[in-house]
Ligand binder design. Sequence first.
Ligand code: NAP
Length: 307
Amino acid sequence: MRNVIIIGSGCAGNTAAIYAARANLKPLVVAGHEPGGQLSITTLVENFPGFPEGIDGPDLVDNMKKQAETFGAEYVHGTVTEADLSKRPFRLNIDGEWQESLTLIIASGASARWLGLPSEQKLIGHGVSSCATCDGAFYRDRKVMVIGGGDTAMEEANFLTRFASEVTLVHRRDQFRASKVMLDRARANPKIKFLHNTVVDEVHDASKNEVTGVRLRQADPEKVWDQEVHGFFVAIGHIPNTKPFTGQIDLDRDGYIVSHGGAQTNIKGVFHAGDVQDRAYRQAITAAGAGCMAAIEAERFLEAEGH
Ligand code: NAP
């Protein structure tokens, strides 16, 4: 029986682990299917306070993990496939093995949705990104492309014009999901060029380990061409990792956890941290802060129960 199981090992989960371990709760951290979370697929992180020269994303999360382990946090590889939150202790199926815990911190994150092209996958962190806030500054005076037709794509395209010489926004239809105000703002920005009814066939050049361009295609009339770009930003949505909790934890229509104040979910003793609840900020530092909040709430909850 555990005091606290933390689901997820990104910034939120690792920070929760540091706090819970220092409170002597001996947390168990389930690393999840993307150990280290979104930072593990980025390169240089320049906006996490305390690192004036920046720090590589994988190093940052690995340092957090080591810090948590120093205070007694235990990490297991694996993924939560099933959860029984109907009564306490809560029960989690971790790759076939059931574990029990008095409290839970769900920090399982939200995975970026990708196009799924092999060339795109090979270049993630090397010119292919799902976060303009994180990586935009690397493309000063360079050409970049944003994929998507929702608010995120508009926001990222606008943000990228602060750095890039030219931003091409590529959307597969001619109708946009983005709100009118965001779409109008992007359309009014002289640095943003729109390509409608256009899909990406390939991102060049995986053999060089950098983005040099893309192959684009329009269906009617049929047209295929290559365009030079140096940064390729995919903004086609995120998928919150809440599948095992569906029907138990309050989720919004897109599957994000609905907060019941602070780090609380609708179930007493189950707390949320990071991108699994946050669709607005999605930053390493906000996730870390949320992890801290969740651990403090779990600690207070256990203390109030006399544990
Ligand atoms: P979204 O609204 O679901 O839009 C995703 C976009 O990606 C759609 O245009 C979709 O095209 C496209 N797409 C999905 N899969 C694709 C694929 N395989 N290939 C090519 N294109 C693909 O997602 P979002 O923009 O991330 O926004 C999510 C939520 O957050 C929304 O509710 C949004 O309003 C909110 N948000 C708000 C703000 C703000 O208010 N400041 C900022 C960001 C996000 P189709 O349209 O053809 O399906």
